[in-house]
Design a protein around this ligand. Structure first.
Ligand SMILES: [Zn+2]
Length: 250
């Protein structure tokens, strides 16, 4: 596993533009974790996948994250500083072929008994994206429920009441804690506490888009000044590009 080179970053953004979030994550892992087979990537839990994405991000842009979130109580802007390597476990020491054994979850609630698998990359890749979180959970559960019973009789995922679905969702989050990272934030203005979701994939993707705009501007300036091709300029180290840019006043 390694960080992304400048030309790879641009290629991933081109190829990933029309992909779903799951597709973008798979694309990033394919390029940066070439020691992981496609099948192995599909078997990762979402937390394991996101831990790898965090390492790729750290090796591309460094581990530090400086961000700003809005306090839901007083609308004050609150600065957030963290290191992605302290949030996600370091999976780089684990052999790519080494699979974590994940026991199915057994959930009993009222008259319902459910056995569910912890969702893997192949499950989220398969389900169709929806903006409705309740429907999104239903679609995921249709994939991940291995067995469901109501008063001892088999039933379908769609027959489960919402509170049982929510309970399964929270048990999945416990079993795969890095699949849904929430940061505990406190507002410095009004002392309000809340949990802010930290989605490493969308965060990293947005950063890549910003980096790409900067890279293309650099290519434009250097190509105009020296007549070099895009690929020649992208092969230069960031340090050398910066020095040439200073020379041409770009
Ligand atoms: Zn506040």
């Amino acid at each position: 596993m390694r960080g992304l080179a400048a030309h790879e970053l641009l290629e991933i953004l081109d190829q990933g533009e029309d992909l779903s979030p799951a597709g973008r994550a798979a694309l990033l892992l394919t390029v940066a974790c070439s020691d992981y087979s496609r099948e192995r990537v599909k078997s990762l839990s979402i937390g394991e996948r996101d831990a790898l994405l965090a390492q790729i991000r750290a090796r591309t842009f460094g581990g530090a994250v400086e961000s700003v979130v809005t306090c839901p109580a007083c609308r004050e802007l609150v600065e957030v500083s963290l290191d992605v390597r302290s949030i996600f476990p370091d999976r780089t020491q684990a052999a790519p072929s080494e699979e974590t054994a994940r026991e199915p979850l057994l959930i009993a609630s009222g008259d319902f008994v459910v056995q569910a698998a912890v969702p893997a990359v192949r499950d989220v890749e398969t389900i169709v994206i929806t903006d409705d979180p309740a429907e999104g959970l239903r679609r995921l559960l249709r994939r991940c429920i291995l067995r469901a019973e109501h008063r001892g009789e088999p039933c379908e995922a769609d027959d489960l009441p919402e509170d049982v679905c929510a309970l399964i969702d929270s048990r999945i989050a416990e079993a795969d804690p890095h699949g849904d990272v929430q940061l505990a934030i406190q507002c410095s203005g009004c002392e309000h506490h809340w949990a802010e979701v930290f989605d490493i994939l969308s965060f990293f993707w947005n950063e890549m888009q910003t980096a790409a705009r900067r890279l293309l501007r650099e290519v434009h300036v250097l190509a105009s000044a020296y007549g070099w091709t895009e690929s020649e300029i992208l092969t230069l180290s960031a340090r050398r590009r910066r020095i040439y840019l200073e020379m041409v006043g770009g």
